[in-house]
Design a protein around this ligand. Structure first.
Ligand SMILES: CC(C)(COP(=O)(O)OP(=O)(O)OC[C@H]1O[C@@H](n2cnc3c(N)ncnc32)[C@H](O)[C@@H]1OP(=O)(O)O)[C@@H](O)C(=O)NCCC(=O)NCCS
Length: 141
């Protein structure tokens, strides 16, 4: 389960580790999830070059969720850019994205999977995602 090209089958949605995606569909999902101006990012090139992997959630052909798993090249992986289309939230897609990311980071030999988040998302990451609370810091550069 979960090798590239092997979709995770679920009744309604599919989840694929390192699945193919187009920049246009990811930008649309990003805008839908985070709002604001979308910068001209080549997401596909970026994740292929820098990430341990990523998870695409689809409803049929439609991209409805995504999470990027950044990597230090060793035993630390980092959850970034978790996003679920607002039309399908609170149906377990986000939880499934985190579960696939966790399983794949473990399978790749990582020892730690990190995430930071705003306070209102504590139930999502700590309960649904099974992360343990820890101290963390961030600087806006
Ligand atoms: C955060 C996000 C990815 C969650 O996706 P989702 O598919 O709706 O999450 P799930 O349905 O798997 O939620 C599982 C559980 O997490 C918790 N949860 C989910 N979204 C939550 C929210 N916005 N606030 C508080 N708890 C939340 C709930 O306990 C939920 O279970 P419940 O629906 O039975 O109450 C989605 O709301 C999103 O894309 N938000 C905009 C982008 C964003 O802020 N991403 C996070 C960056 S750190």
């Amino acid at each position: 389960v979960g090798r590239r090209g092997e979709p995770y089958a679920e009744p309604m949605y599919s989840y694929e580790w390192c699945g193919d995606f187009g920049n246009a569909e990811l930008k649309a999902l990003h805008r839908n999830s985070f709002g604001g101006t979308v910068r001209p990012v080549d997401w596909s090139a970026r994740v292929h070059r820098h990430s341990l992997g990523w998870v695409c959630a689809r409803d049929g052909a439609l991209l409805i969720g995504f999470v990027n798993v950044a990597w230090d090249g060793g035993v630390h992986a980092f959850i970034l850019d978790t996003m679920v289309d607002e039309g399908v939230r609170r149906r377990g897609v986000g939880r499934a994205l985190l579960a696939v990311a966790t399983e794949q980071a473990r399978a790749a030999g990582c020892a730690w999977l990190h995430v930071d988040f705003e306070e209102h998302l504590r139930p999502f990451y700590l309960d649904a995602g099974q992360f343990t609370a820890t101290g963390a810091g961030v600087i806006a550069l």
